[in-house]
Design a protein around this ligand. Structure first.
Ligand SMILES: Cc1cc2nc3c(=O)[nH]c(=O)nc-3n(C[C@H](O)[C@H](O)[C@H](O)COP(=O)(O)O)c2cc1C
Length: 357
């Protein structure tokens, strides 16, 4: 990390030059024509900010609380699979970076580090466990019980993957895992991706994950665990309401970073409807294309309690391990603080729809 990397695009470019093409494409890419991926940040950019002036913003804070956790700014690291492809320290580095940045982290079902080790690496950070439901329901229950025993404080059930959305870059590159990178929380001893032509991840998902989840499965999960269950992958108000009626303790507005349904609505456009339907009954999070502090500001003003941050963390991790991820998160917090001040606000809870065009 010699020269200072300032913009998100610079971090991404620095990561690109350090990664093998199949790994870079797996991290950066999206489904099919990547339309949803391309639109993600642009949709935040398109919302104008009607900022206030003369509000005496010298004294202000970015801090807030999420699910009872005090955090330094309204963000949590999104669940992202296979982080040891970015850096040998993988999820351990990400968890330590979350702790140092004063925010939480969501660990993927497809993490490359055992969840207990990640918990031990960052004893004080809020850690949530992202769940994909395996066809083997007993194994799925066992994963949830492990997360409870290890001290995770929420389950994030991802519901936008009934089937794998085809990522043509991965098919072209024959994306798979090298021998020294394994699924850290293996179920039924399957700790790597199958050896096939095309995308091994696509084949793994087809073979292993449940394709017929319903709201009743959500209710069953909520009954089976003491932990709050967030539902991740919602882009409609009616689905958010139905999820809450079936026990969801939170909603994550997400289209999986443009990696599932290409053509899916941008989360910047979906968030308002979902927040209105939820009507503060449970926390609402949002992710997808949040790169700048001013994107985060718009997300909170639209009704999110916090945002999940995805790829930028992977770029930081690739370039500088724990230190790189910390720097990316510090930059985002600094930008958010600057945007708050320039919008005439003192704290995240002052952000409301009134600020947006
Ligand atoms: C490389 C990569 C792996 C991902 N793995 C998962 C995963 O295992 N589980 C999940 O729910 N979402 C996964 N996602 C989606 C992210 O949680 C998040 O929704 C998305 O990346 C947010 O968009 P952003 O990257 O534009 O910030 C992954 C995203 C990326 C880029």
């Amino acid at each position: 990390m010699d020269s200072p990397l300032l913009s998100p695009a610079e971090w991404q470019e620095a990561a690109r030059t350090r990664l093998p093409l199949p790994t870079y494409d797996y991290f950066a890419g999206g489904a099919r024509d990547e339309i949803t991926l391309r639109q993600a940040s642009a949709a935040w950019d398109a919302i104008g900010i009607r900022y206030h002036v003369l509000r005496g913003v010298g004294d202000r804070t970015t801090a807030t609380t999420i699910l009872g956790h005090d955090v330094a700014f309204p963000a949590v690291i999104a669940p992202m699979a296979f982080q040891r492809l970015a850096h040998p320290d993988g999820e351990l580095a990400t968890a330590r970076a979350a702790a140092r940045a004063g925010i939480g982290m969501t660990l993927s079902t497809l993490a490359t580090t055992p969840m207990e080790e990640v918990r031990a690496a960052a004893p004080d950070a809020p850690l949530w466990f992202q769940l994909y439901v395996y066809q083997d329901r007993g194994a799925t229950r066992a994963l949830v019980q492990r997360a409870e025993a290890a001290g995770y404080s929420a389950i994030v059930l991802t519901v936008d993957l009934p089937v794998h959305g085809t990522r043509e870059r991965d098919v072209r590159n024959g994306f798979t895992l090298p021998d020294d990178v394994r699924i850290g929380n293996a179920v039924a001893n399957v700790d790597t991706l199958p050896d096939v032509h095309g995308s091994s991840l696509a084949k793994f998902i087809t073979d292993q994950f449940e394709h017929s989840l319903t709201f009743d499965d959500l209710a069953e999960l909520c009954d089976a665990t003491e932990l709050p269950v967030f539902v991740k992958g919602v882009v409609r108000g009616d689905d958010a309401s139905e999820a809450i009626e079936h026990g969801a303790a939170g909603i994550v507005v997400s289209n999986h970073g443009g990696r599932q349904l290409d053509g899916a609505i941008s989360t910047a456009r979906a968030l308002g409807e979902v927040a209105q339907a939820v009507d503060r009954r449970v926390p609402v999070l949002v992710d997808g294309g949040i790169r700048r502090g001013s994107h985060l500001l718009r997300a909170i003003a639209l009704g999110a309690d916090a945002a999940m941050i995805g790829r930028p963390v992977l770029w930081g991790l690739t370039v500088g391990g724990e230190e790189g991820a910390v720097r990316v998160l510090h930059q985002l917090r600094t930008e958010f603080d600057e945007a708050l001040a320039l919008a005439g606000c003192h704290a995240p809870d002052e952000l409301s729809l009134d600020l947006l065009d």
